[in-house]
Design a protein around this ligand. Sequence first.
Ligand SMILES: [Fe+2]
Length: 379
Amino acid sequence: MTSPITPDAPEPAVTDGDPIPAPTDRIRTPKATPPDVVRCAYMELVVTDLAASREFYVDVLDLVVTEEDENTVYLRSFEEFIHHNLVLRKGPVAAVAAFSYRVRTPEDLDRAVEFYTELGCRVERRAEGFTKGIGDAVRVEDPLGFPYEFFYEVEHVERLAWRYDLYTPGALVRLDHFNQVTPDVPRAVAYMEDLGFRVTEDIQDEAGTTYAAWMRRKPTVHDTAMTGGDGPRMHHVAFATHEKHNIIAICDKLGALRRSDCIERGPGRHGVSNAFYLYLRDPDGHRVEIYTQDYYTGDPDNPVVTWDVHDNQRRDWWGNPVVPSWYTEASTVLDLDGNPQPLTSRTDDSEMEVTIGADGFSYTRKGDDAQGFKLGAQV
Ligand SMILES: [Fe+2]
């Protein structure tokens, strides 16, 4: 290991990665080559009141409308050049219809079909035009029960990066990541590694119970995260701003609009990912994170960071408590027929229970746990 930057530096803020334990119920590795995933590209949300959702995402959050009709709104961020990063589709039950990834070549769609067919998953090819602005796509119900989509062909639209005449103080510039709730995090991680994703950070305890893992394709902290809980559910979708002050501007705007009740958690600084964050709830309760300034992870030997679940700074670097709803509430996900996927309960320990439950102790400095120090004990 390298020496600390200063001789009297405090103990390292983070630790070297501990390997996530092998799952007991491993999804077998397909022989087929996985599709080459470039990045998370868009999410399709089913919303129950399209006008209310459009008002939230367009008038409040200033996403850009690429195209819309009476049932659907296609939205993108300021730096995006593909048709959309978010689809709002009117439907009877608030849910997530697709976590969509862009792949590197058209042939990667064939690889996706082979990979998921070998896993015994339901796989459907969707012809160009199924989703506006997207060419041929492959949709699957993945081994964890999530509706995943892969596409290559896409309609290019104007990248508004230089259109400072259109920017607003809280402008959202990129789709950054998804976050999924799944009961068995090591099982999810092993499958996602087979799909070509790599872990950048995780949360474990001294016994090796894994509470969450962050996984990437593009060279940021993540394209998606696996959060332990009853699943499959969607925890949040995250958009990036350029700077921290843009996130503060969103909070100010929500206050001015008397919409402060949209703010669920934050603003704050994450320990995991080092990003500045804010969590909002849309009119259907879908959780949206506004996120900025995580770090580059593209080297092949990018160090993995493992956080102790009892470290009070892992979820918020300033030690602010995590509200219980953030741990317990998440969005339904749909199967390929549009029906809600049934949930499987988590059997491993719950992060909320071990940190802010009756027996959970957290620490700000190593050793505080012996004194019963417990921030976040608000429930
Ligand atoms: Fe996130």
